[in-house]
Design a protein around this ligand. Structure first.
Ligand SMILES: NC(=O)c1ccc[n+]([C@@H]2O[C@H](COP(=O)([O-])OP(=O)(O)OC[C@H]3O[C@@H](n4cnc5c(N)ncnc54)[C@H](O)[C@@H]3O)[C@@H](O)[C@H]2O)c1
Length: 376
């Protein structure tokens, strides 16, 4: 029984407790996070198909829970105002009241959308997240940010609404396609870079094993044997701890939380721009390019050790992630950067620039010319 005990991380976000549990689903006690049963479920379609018994496992000991479930396809397209409106109609049909609970089961896209629905329905209902991708387990499920895309921009409409419980079971990852593993690795590497030099060293030390499972293969297919090949539970727990610690200290992103945007300023730009091209980038791929670029810029300026920049680039490449892409035309780059949601009217775009692993400058400035140079 002891070895099934979940790893637990406690957060207190805006005065509200938020608990992260990592372990086999059956031991995660969903009922503890549902004050007024029954909850309703918003579930990723692939997860519902590939893991049909998830509901039984998580509901162990809760016979009275309902099966009011909305199954939606995962993916960036789901993060829209139109889908949000569909969810509201469904919540009304299900009769979800102010004391209700929405349980979301899926990757970052389902969690961002369902979290926004939970934070706005009846001015906010209880939210529980079951992350099913690596990215969601180490990043999207923690910290209470919700969002949909709108007006041609990524994530401009959103709220802060932390999940009361985040219940993570690595077993979900057995069906994860290679592309989603790579995306998750980009965020895990980012987290290690901002807050856990030992985790970064461990990941870099495991480069060859990572390359064996992640560097080649069909991006749309699961990776056989990957779960047993590396210490995923340990790494996920460590990365989740870093994120939890950062959001605990700065829930509203006025200070240290901005470090989590490492690689994201440029990442959002190339992600948005690439959607118009023949090779659209995923979120993780875009963040990888963004991280490689800021390390190169910082190393070139002499504000970060060159060997660190080289290690970051090596590790990203061994995880099958891109480290550069064709630069958008300068005018497009400048316009997209101006639309960055982290820009304020007074101080322009603030970049997260590395000084060393574990230490970031949160107020960096980078010129479009530097970016174009390093992208190409
Ligand atoms: N809120 C936050 O703090 C935060 C942080 C980081 C990223 N995000 C957001 O997260 C999103 C990306 O999340 P993601 O990478 O998890 O993408 P995703 O939700 O699109 O999942 C990737 C793909 O994997 C499928 N999938 C999910 N779980 C699976 C499983 N266990 N087995 C097989 N297939 C599975 C999905 O259907 C989808 O096709 C972006 O929209 C990003 O903006 C949010």
């Amino acid at each position: 029984m002891k070895e099934n005990k979940p790893r637990t991380i406690n957060m207190n976000l805006d005065g509200r407790p938020s608990q992260y549990l990592l372990g086999p689903l059956a031991g995660l006690e969903l009922s503890r996070f549902v004050p007024q049963p029954p909850p309703v479920y918003i579930v990723d379609e692939t997860v519902s198909r590939r893991h049909p018994s998830w509901l039984e496992q998580i509901q162990e000991g809760c016979d009275h829970f309902s099966h009011c479930t909305l199954v939606l396809p995962g993916g960036e397209n789901i993060k829209s105002l139109a889908r949000l409106a569909e969810i509201y109609a469904w919540l009304a049909d299900c009769g979800v009241n102010r004391d209700g609970t929405i349980v979301a089961v899926g990757g970052g896209t389902i969690l961002d959308l369902a979290g926004l629905a939970a934070s706005t329905w009846k001015r906010g209902v209880n939210f529980v997240a079951l992350p099913t991708t690596l990215l969601a387990m180490v990043d999207a499920a923690l910290g209470g940010k919700t969002a949909v895309n709108a007006a041609g921009l990524k994530n401009p409409v959103g709220t802060f609404h932390p999940a009361s419980g985040i219940l993570a079971d690595c077993g979900f990852l057995s069906s994860l396609p290679l592309r989603a593993w790579r995306d998750g690795m980009a965020e895990m590497i980012k987290t290690a870079l901002i807050g856990d030099p030992r985790l970064f060293a461990h990941l870099h030390h495991s480069r060859n094993q990572l390359a064996r499972v992640l560097r080649e293969g069909d991006p749309d297919l699961p990776v056989p044997g990957i779960l047993g090949a590396l210490p995923w539970t340990e790494w996920i727990g460590q990365a989740a701890y870093v994120k939890a610690d950062v959001v605990n200290r700065d829930f509203r992103e006025i200070g240290p939380r901005r470090a989590l945007n490492l690689g994201h300023t440029l990442g959002h730009v190339v992600e948005a721009w690439s959607q118009e091209t023949e090779s659209p980038l995923s979120h993780g791929e875009a963040v990888a390019i963004g991280m490689a670029a800021v390390f190169k810029v910082a190393a070139e300026r002499g504000t970060c050790p060159l060997p660190t920049a080289v290690q970051v680039t090596e590790l990203l490449m061994d995880c099958g992630l891109p480290v550069s892409c064709p630069a958008p035309p300068p005018a497009t780059l400048t316009a997209l950067l101006a639309g960055d949601k982290k820009a304020t009217s007074t101080d322009g775009v603030r970049w997260v620039l590395p000084r060393k692993v574990g230490l970031m400058d949160l107020d960096g400035r980078v010129t479009a010319a530097e970016i174009i140079k390093w992208l190409d």
